[in-house]
Structure formats: C-alpha cells, structure tokens
Design a binder for this molecule. Structure first.
Ligand SMILES: NC(=O)c1ccc[n+]([C@@H]2O[C@H](COP(=O)([O-])OP(=O)(O)OC[C@H]3O[C@@H](n4cnc5c(N)ncnc54)[C@H](OP(=O)(O)O)[C@@H]3O)[C@@H](O)[C@H]2O)c1
Length: 219
C-alpha cells in the first residue's frame, strides 16, 4: 500500500489510436482484444473493487463482474463503486445481478431513485460535492475505511479526467487498439481543464500484446 489514507488507485481503459474510448455520442465500442479482456478480469479479481461513473452505467450498462471464463475458473464477489451525485443509476442495471456489494456515492440531499436503489441492493453514501461531481478524496477515504486496499478505476472519460486532474492515482494502463475513430464527438480518454495545462506522466512500459499495445504509466 502506497498511501494509507486511500486505496491504491489503478486507472485502466481501452483507447483508439486517436485517444477515443467510445463512439460518437458515447455509443459503446469494443476496443479490448480477448487478451486485454482477460487482463482486465484478472485485475478485477486481484483488486476486488472497481469504480465507474454513472455516465458509464447509463451508456454501457456494464456487468462489472469477474468472469470465470477469463480467470481460469476462479471468481470472487466484486465491490462495485459508482460515482453518482444525483442517483441516476437505474435500479434495474445489470450490475445488480452479479455478486458483490454496490456502493453508490452521491451528493447530500440527492433526489433520485433512493428507495429503489436500496431495494436493488445498493448502499448509498453521501459525500460532499467536488469538482465534476462528488468529492473524490472523500470517496477514497471512505473506501479505505471500509477496507478497500486497491481499486480499479475503469472510466469513463469524465471520471478518468477527475482522477488525473486531482493526481489521485498510482498507476495508469491504457490498451491502445489499432483503430481510428476519427470524430471529435467521441468521448476521449481524458478532458483536461485547458490545453495550457498538460498532464505529464512517466512512461514505464509499452508492450506489443495480442490485438494492440499496452501502455503502463505512473504519475
Ligand atoms: N474504453 C474504455 O475503457 C471505457 C471504459 C468505460 C467507459 N467508457 C466509455 O466512456 C463513456 C462514458 O464516459 P462519461 O464521461 O460520459 O461518463 P463517466 O465518466 O462514466 O461518468 C461521469 C459522471 O459521473 C458522475 N461523477 C460523480 N462524481 C464525479 C467526479 N468527481 N468526476 C467525474 N464524474 C463524476 C457525474 O455525473 P453526476 O453529476 O450525475 O454525478 C459525471 O457526469 C461511455 O461512452 C463509455 O462507453 C469507455
């Protein structure tokens, strides 16, 4: 553990050659190769906790589980964390059908489907508002108090941007697929505050793998 007040934070995503992580309008595209999917499921299995923004839940309806097909038969319940200021997570989202707790962090006095979400099995926690939604430091400190030691942040664009902007990560891996999406309307890997504030990262590795290139970066 590198930081006792928050979990180890590993951001992971799959990107096109032009830095896009979805199609125009946020429509989902599979950028990961089978090799990369397996890597992601093994990471989920190892860390035991995964975080996404409500934007990803609404656009992709991800299962957010550990698929034993990718982990040689073993699986474990996964803690799913959703950043969702106004409780827009649909109580019928697919992730509720898979094992593991669902922790939703919302803003104080959020007026969403509170009761339905609790009935679906979510645990709701109010945290102060922060830039971009809820306060990330408060979320991470609460997760640490709940015993989460390592967290896989899987997106999407706004959530990754917030973690990068606030320097709240320890490791970033990007699977780059040899695909050009070629549209400014497609969500990008990260939206930084302005072009005059570039975020420089330390490139630790670049590996040609099945179906693409895996970049490993540190803050
Ligand atoms: N290729 C990949 O690896 C990958 C992985 C995941 C997703 N995606 C794609 O990413 C796209 C979704 O990205 P997105 O930017 O629309 O949604 P997102 O990053 O998943 O969620 C963003 C939303 O989360 C909430 N939020 C709460 N606190 C936040 C904070 N501190 N910082 C940022 N957001 C916070 C905000 O909504 P409220 O204000 O309502 O709280 C915000 O609008 C989809 O197209 C999906 O397919 C790609």
């Amino acid at each position: 553990m590198e930081n006792a007040s928050r979990p180890f934070v590993h951001i992971n995503c799959a990107s096109s050659l032009d830095g896009r992580i979805a199609l125009p309008g946020g429509r989902r595209i599979v950028l990961s190769s089978p090799w990369d999917k397996r890597r992601v499921h093994l990471l989920r299995q190892r860390y035991g906790a995964v975080l996404v923004g409500v934007g990803t839940v609404l656009s992709d309806d991800p299962k957010l589980h550990v698929n034993p097909h990718h982990t040689g038969g073993s699986t474990r319940p996964l803690t799913r964390v959703i950043l969702d200021s106004s409780l827009r997570t649909p109580p019928g989202a697919r992730l509720f059908s898979y094992p593991g707790e669902v922790l939703i962090y919302c803003a104080p006095e959020a007026e969403g489907a509170e009761e339905e979400l609790r009935r679906a099995g979510a645990r709701l926690t109010e945290v102060p508002r922060g830039e971009g939604g809820v306060d990330l430091k408060a979320v991470l400190e609460d997760l640490r108090r709940r015993g989460v030691e390592a967290l896989l942040v899987e997106g999407g664009s706004r959530v990754i941007s917030s973690f990068l902007k606030e320097h709240l990560f320890d490791l970033l891996t990007i699977f780059v697929s040899p695909v050009v999406i070629g549209s400014q309307e497609a969500p990008s890997l990260c939206i930084l505050p302005s072009p005059t504030e570039p975020a420089e990262l330390h490139l630790e590795g670049a590996e040609i793998v099945e179906g693409g290139v895996l970049l490993t970066l540190r803050p």
